[in-house]
Design a protein around this ligand. Sequence first.
Ligand code: FPP
Length: 242
Amino acid sequence: MARKISCLGDNIIPPAHVGVIMDGNGRWAKKRGLPRKFGHREGAKNFRSITKHAKAVGIDYITFYAFSTENWKRPKEEVDAIMDLFEKYLDEVEDFIEENIRIRFIGDRSQLKPSLQAKMRHTEETSKDFDAMTLVLAINYGGRDEICHSVKTLAEQVKRGELEPQDITEDMIERNLYTEEIPPLDLVIRPSGEQRLSNFMIWQAAYAEFYYTNILWPDFRVNDFDKAILDFCERNRRFGGI
Ligand code: FPP
């Protein structure tokens, strides 16, 4: 595939895969005296504009951490509000059809509402041949849960006598993650001042670069995204070499 031209300049080679931890929605709402769900609503709006912009920047894959396996601990009202935002987004499929963006989901879907699961399947099917960019949504996703899921699949193969334990490779574990055929992360962006991974793509982030900013996610604009990309372009990645 020909190299994409980035809106940041001809000489810019953007990261192939960017992960975004959309943090700070609750604090954004609290600062305004609003219920937390209003922060998530603003966060969802922002997710849409950053997704479109990422395509213009020339990103191949962008993954948003939308709901973690630990987020079920939140009050039901907040969980329901986030789930409603997912459904609403998936009801408005025209957006990504126009944008030629393929959508994939990672995470354990079995605990999600059947109507949401059906919309996820429909969205993946509708967009599977789009090739301008791949948008990955991590919903009910946990990095440890994902590795556990992969290991269980391999253990089944061992049990059936199809695989010897000593023949298990990193590549096999990787191929059985939810991110099958999605490349490792190059850059992880986390707004809101927290500097941690929070169980986000712990396998795929093994050699990722990290970019932190104090801006809360609903206030994180396209120029902040550009700053993160340009910062990444200055990094010297060695992947364990010298
Ligand atoms: C973390 O901020 C945010 C979440 C757990 C939810 C993120 C979900 C959305 C932005 C909705 C996404 C919608 C679509 C359509 C993808 P926080 O609530 O932990 O913030 P805080 O640390 O300030 O409390």
